[in-house]
Design a protein around this ligand. Structure first.
Ligand SMILES: [Zn+2]
Length: 371
């Protein structure tokens, strides 16, 4: 229940087992929503950082057996239970840094069985952090389909009705990028996803502007993500459709990318910018607090804008803005007690954990979190 203190005490009998938490002097904010993660995968790729710093290109890493193909190789043999454990391990860290709800994409299986298992793991995971599942079979073309992206896309498209029938995902997503999937392929896949009754999302304008953002907006996608090289017509399309722009500043760091997305223009147009970690083996970032600091210092967003982008707008990007992202009557009681008296500290003092207490669904999940 949210309301003035007096009103809350008057209705205390509604929750006889309620615990009183004194938050005197500390800020209380909505739990952070992370609307773009690839958090279900096996293994880590820490050795690639040194390779990249020595000048190895993406293709060098791939040809040495690394990159996404390594993660696919390590993920495929895992059964649903093992995948569930991997995911829960990531969710534990995310929650300690204040994430109370997260989107999780499949996309490191790239076979019928493995993609379905990844989605089953998202559903089977037993964790206080609420999950929204996204089917992203068209994340990459696996080596056995090299040169045959059409055949692979057809296979992934054929899974959509089953995924919907079994309730395995809420959204479908595709990587629309040069050398991955074309806008035409993206249009066909996302249209089939819509026809199957799933919500849609698109990875667009990350490296090259192929028109993926306009395409996603035209199809009524819930979000378009990355948007590093988006232009005016892309932003106007987002404005017209209500598609949420999701920005991933930690990804820019891991790619040593110095450009930033057109944040200033997005704000001028009043677009509801959302922020996300993009947690994946190439961007091993679990902390929305780190992403928020980057959004201030690199994207030049204000602390207010950053908080909205990580709560109310992030909830909108995954279709949960009717019950997540706000401290308001009727909304889920997902909230954080911070260590300081204002949210500004979260972005001002970088690299430490500002969350003291995590409450999800009205239940205290963590308290007295250390730095
Ligand atoms: Zn992604």
């Amino acid at each position: 229940m949210v309301g003035p203190e007096k009103g809350v005490w008057e209705r205390a009998d509604l929750a006889p087992d309620a615990v009183c938490i004194d938050c005197g002097g500390k800020a209380v904010v909505p739990g952070f929503v992370d609307p773009h993660t690839h958090a279900v995968f096996a293994g880590t790729r820490e050795g690639e950082l040194a390779m990249k710093l020595r000048g190895a290109t993406y293709l060098d890493i791939l040809s040495s057996g690394g990159g996404i193909l390594r993660t696919v190789r390590e993920t495929r043999p895992l059964d649903v239970l093992s995948l569930t454990r991997e995911l829960e391990r990531h969710l534990d860290i995310m929650m300690a840094y204040g994430t109370t709800c997260a989107e999780v994409k499949s996309g490191y299986g790239l076979t019928t069985e493995s993609e379905l298992d990844l989605l089953k793991a998202v559903r089977a995971s037993n964790h206080p952090v609420e999950r929204v599942a996204t089917f992203m079979g068209p994340h990459a073309v696996p080596p056995e389909y090299s040169g045959r992206s059409e055949d692979f896309l057809e296979l992934m498209t054929s899974l959509l009705p089953t995924i919907k029938e079994q309730g395995l995902a809420d959204f479908a997503d595709i990587f629309c990028e040069k050398g991955v999937f074309t806008p035409e392929q993206s249009r066909r896949f996302l249209t089939a996803a819509k026809d199957a009754g799933l919500g849609t999302k698109i990875h667009s304008d990350e490296i090259e502007n192929l028109g993926g953002t306009v395409l996603g907006a035209g199809l009524g996608a819930k979000s378009a993500d990355h948007l590093l090289v988006s232009g005016e017509k892309d932003l106007l399309a987002l404005e017209a459709s209500g598609t949420v722009p999701v920005l991933l500043p930690a990804t820019l760091l891991t790619l040593f990318e110095e450009k930033i997305p057109p944040v200033k223009r997005m704000l001028e147009l009043g677009l509801p910018i959302a922020l996300a970690t993009d947690l994946n083996p190439n961007c091993m970032c679990h902390s929305m607090q780190f992403v928020m600091a980057l959004a201030c210092y690199r994207l030049r967003m204000t602390p207010h804008q950053v908080l909205a982008a990580s709560t109310v707008n992030a909830a909108k990007a995954i279709g949960l803005d009717h019950r997540k992202g706000r401290l308001a009557p009727g909304f889920d009681a997902d909230l954080l007690v911070l260590k300081e008296g204002s949210f500004d500290h979260v972005v001002y003092q970088m690299g430490t954990n500002h969350v003291d207490t995590v409450i999800i669904g009205g239940r205290c999940q963590l308290s007295g979190v250390r730095h």
